[in-house]
Design a protein around this ligand. Structure first.
Ligand code: PSU
Ligand code: MN
Length: 302
């Protein structure tokens, strides 16, 4: 019987030798950013992880095979092929059974990273509790997965297309530590501020790594949110982006968008309304997270 997931030799060797590895997701490539900035971002982030002393492992499903570690051609396909599906945990068995291509969300990437033995994962933004979830029940499976799978997820926080307060409440209920690096406020993706205090402040990768070690040594399974605020030079002020997000949400409402399509729609619409400046900020924060994530993986391995 063949292995259900395929890990590249480079990633497998690093893991076997206890060297640092950083997982990267692919929904951000296929459904989070337009071509060709998406593939440039994907390549750039891998290079930053390498420069930081860790091995990058971008994760996706290609031809029905869950893959950990991808080639340049694989990244190009994910960035440009309109047939790539958005794959959360519930979708994994379907794309595998049918031999399809899938870009993995935070939830699905966490699960595949964990199966491969990777503990640190870098992305831009997490899914969470959507605004109006009291009616729609729209709560991202990213939260469910954070509650059960032992992987640390480095992000720039939660953007206000979501209900940030309810997302933090749900994470608390699930027993997920929410660390914030170098700030006493939880960040809101494009902005360093959100109006919510930092649940668990830490200063630098070594302090964050110590929390991961303590959690998993105690036998507490599950993920850790490591929020890394966007650098001040790259941020979009909360009041400026707030109005744009409200406009994008109103457009989504008018179009009757629901379910898995809503997050990709909102991300694309925000890029349109801002004339691309939100994309520049998005890429800057992902690159910043990749630097931090590489250092975190190095500190955790060491
Ligand atoms: N937020 C972003 N960019 C993204 C996503 C979220 O700023 O690309 C993607 C991630 O893959 C995340 C997913 O896991 O959207 C959440 O989708 P949903 O809300 O359908 O669970
Ligand atoms: Mn949803």
């Amino acid at each position: 019987m063949t292995d259900p997931i395929r890990v590249t030799d480079e990633v497998a060797e690093a893991l076997a030798e206890g060297r640092p590895v950083v997982a990267l997701e692919s929904t951000i490539i296929s459904h989070g950013m337009p071509y060709p900035r998406n593939v440039e971002m994907a390549r750039g982030v891998e290079a930053i992880v390498r420069a930081g002393g860790a091995v990058p492992a971008t994760i996706a499903v290609l031809d029905g095979v869950p893959r950990v570690g991808l080639s340049e051609d694989d990244l190009e396909l994910l960035a440009s092929d309109p047939g790539v599906l958005k794959v959360s945990v519930r979708d994994l068995p379907y794309v595998v059974a049918r031999g399809l291509h899938g870009a993995t969300t935070v939830a699905a990437t966490m699960r595949l990273a964990s199966l491969a033995g990777i503990r640190v994962f870098v992305t831009g933004g997490l899914g969470g509790v959507h605004r109006g979830a009291q009616q729609s029940f729209d709560v991202s499976a990213d939260l469910t997965e954070l509650g059960r799978t032992s992987v640390a997820v480095v992000s720039a926080g939660v953007k206000s297309i979501l209900d940030i307060g309810l997302t933090l409440e749900a994470l608390e209920t699930l027993g997920v530590p929410v660390l914030v690096n170098g700030s006493d406020e939880f960040p809101s993706f494009y902005s360093r501020s959100s109006g919510f205090p930092s649940p668990l402040p830490v200063d630098g990768p070594a302090e964050a790594a110590a929390v991961l070690r303590a959690k998993w040594t105690l036998g507490l399974p599950g993920g850790v949110v490591v929020a890394n605020p966007i650098p001040a030079a790259d941020e979009i002020a909360a009041d400026e982006i707030g109005g744009i997000i409200d406009q994008a949400l109103a457009d989504a409402d008018r179009l009757g968008m629901t379910g898995k399509d809503i997050t990709p729609y909102l991300l694309g619409r925000i890029v349109e309304i801002t004339g691309g400046s939100s994309l520049t900020a998005n890429i800057a924060l992902v690159e910043h997270n990749a630097r931090f994530g590489a250092a975190l993986a190095v500190a955790y391995a060491g």
